[in-house]
Design a binder for this molecule. Structure first.
Ligand SMILES: *Cc1c(COP(=O)(O)O)cnc(C)c1O
Ligand SMILES: [Zn+2]
Length: 504
């Protein structure tokens, strides 16, 4: 729809001007810092930072129904910068000029309802939100779109050139960071640091294809993370991990989308999120809190964080009921099919602790829960989900297994509806699917496939043929007829097909 065709009362709000101010606030000492500097940790105490914004002028006074109307009409606007995470511009990063925004098709991911059979198996109705349909096939693109848009803006404003980006990754951050950096190829060079042998083949090929420098190191993700953390404090390099608060802001768009896609009715929704470095669950809670404060929603949805019992430091922290006795301990991770979440010392743990408290307080009751699931449960759930028409990766399976566990534990009950984060596309993790379908898991994963889910290609052999076709070897005449006839017979036999009924 063209701008002059929108209702007059909201037309002037549809394409926003940068306004207001943004600043970092330290979760430790509460110090506030200007966004003119690239900060990842607090310059005074070393604490973790969050970004906050203060709108200016008329936009400050907009509330509830007016925001909902702006977002709903903005959805119809054909203007690239506002199509992705910045549909919610005023709540993401309202200081970035629209011409600096990098939009590669991220966000606006579909909610796909579980069919009757899957709902029956799980116990309650639910949707997958398919984050695997983002451009680099994971939700990380939401955060990257924000971080690279900010970097682009900062570079233009200060006439910076030849910038470098870096991230440590379990696979998806590097794929996403390299993609968004590649779009700004005249401005930035990207490098990614991976734990050798701990990312899947497609995830390794992604940053290579985007032209990033790919460095592989011994160790697990936590080890790579320590290196890039120190590197980005001492060298001129822009850190793209979620320690960078600009990433968190972009990922908050997920919550606004869910609210909007359910016509802002989220009181009965249960948001289920797999946790690794804990940036995403932080962003999701923060997004819903912002929506509540602006009266865009009236009740906070329930949040369930899920971890594999092979990498579950956040679950362990919250399994102590008495808040005064909780103590965070990093864990040594073990092999996990939820490889992107195989993290023992989540960088965003201080953010989670702060925001869970704020969330429950704002809700006036406990609305945040954590469950742990086994590797077996993750794989079984993923396979079943995808056999019912979904494209969930192992982490989507983890979300579904977590939802089932929460239902069994009585944390969720009749009348509630799940919204499960399918954080990446199955094709990134097809190696785990393959191991499952062919019973090929190394013992450390502790996964045994269910017999009825086995699946492997069946070779059709055409033994009676003198000549078989091949590339550059096309059959003709009698040979082609024989091949077709025998092929049809063998395929029908393999599929156990009945002869065609003349009536239909
Ligand atoms: C990064 C990632 C996660 C974990 O998200 P965090 O923000 O690190 O907690 C889960 N699933 C997939 C597919 C990911 O790429
Ligand atoms: Zn501080």
């Amino acid at each position: 729809m063209k701008l002059n065709e929108f209702p007059e009362d909201i037309r002037k709000y549809l394409v926003p001007e940068p306004s207001g101010t943004m600043f970092y606030r330290c979760l430790g000492c509460r110090g506030e810092f200007d966004i003119g500097r690239l900060l990842y940790t607090c310059p005074s105490c070393g604490g973790i930072l969050m970004l906050y914004s203060q709108l200016a002028g008329e936009t400050q006074t907009i509330r509830g129904a007016a925001w909902r109307k702006i977002f709903d009409y903005r959805k119809m606007l054909n203007f690239s910068p506002l199509k992705g995470i910045f549909r919610y511009y005023e709540f993401i990063a309202p200081v970035i000029p629209l011409e600096s925004i990098v939009y590669l098709g991220e966000a606006h991911t579909p909610l796909v309802m579980a069919n009757q059979s899957l709902e029956g198996l799980v116990g309650l109705p639910f949707y997958f939100k398919n984050e695997g349909l983002n451009p680099s096939l994971s939700f990380k693109d939401r955060g990257m779109a924000c971080a690279l848009s900010f970097l682009n803006y900062l570079a233009k404003k200060n006439d910076l050139k030849d910038l470098s980006t870096i991230c440590a990754s379990t696979g998806d951050t590097s794929a996403s960071g390299a993609l968004y950096s590649a779009y700004l190829t005249n401005l930035v060079k990207s490098a990614v640091l991976l734990p050798k042998g701990k990312v899947t083949a497609p995830q390794l090929s992604q940053p290579l294809g985007s032209g990033a420098t790919v460095l592989e190191m011994p160790g697990v993700f936590d080890d790579c993370m320590r290196v890039v953390e120190e590197l980005s404090e001492k060298y001129e390099v822009f850190l793209l991990n979620s320690k960078n608060s600009w990433r968190i802001l972009g990922q908050e768009s997920y919550s606004f989308e869910i609210a909007q896609d359910f016509d802002y009715q989220v009181a009965d929704k249960v948001i289920v999120v797999p946790i690794g470095n804990a940036g995403n669950i932080t962003a999701i809670m923060s997004g819903f809190l912002k929506a509540l404060k602006a009266d865009i929603i009236s009740v906070l949805p329930k949040i369930i964080g899920v971890q594999s019992d092979h990498a579950d430091p956040v679950y362990r922290y919250y399994s102590e009921d008495d808040p005064s006795r909780r103590k965070f301990e990093p864990v040594n991770v073990r092999a996990s099919v939820a490889q992107a979440a195989m993290i023992g010392n989540p960088v965003s743990m201080p953010r989670v602790i702060a925001i869970v408290r704020e969330y429950d307080q704002a809700a006036g009751q406990k609305r945040t829960f954590f469950v742990s699931v086994t590797e077996q449960e993750i794989m079984d759930a993923m396979i079943v989900a995808n056999k019912n028409g979904h494209i969930a990766c192992t982490h989507g399976g983890e979300a579904m297994a977590g939802f089932m566990k929460a239902i069994k534990a009585g944390l969720v009950s009749k009348g509630e509806i799940g919204v499960l984060d399918a954080t990446a596309h199955i094709l990134k993790f097809s190696s785990f699917q393959q191991m499952y379908l062919t019973d090929g898991f190394p013992p450390e994963f502790e996964v045994k496939p269910r017999e009825e889910f086995r699946n492997a290609p069946i070779t059709i052999e055409l033994k009676g043929l003198r000549k078989t076709p091949g590339a550059g070897r096309r059959l003709q005449g009698k040979d082609l007829d024989r091949f077709t006839k025998e092929g049809v017979a063998e395929v029908a036999k393999a599929l156990n097909l009945k002869k065609r009924n003349t009536r239909i």
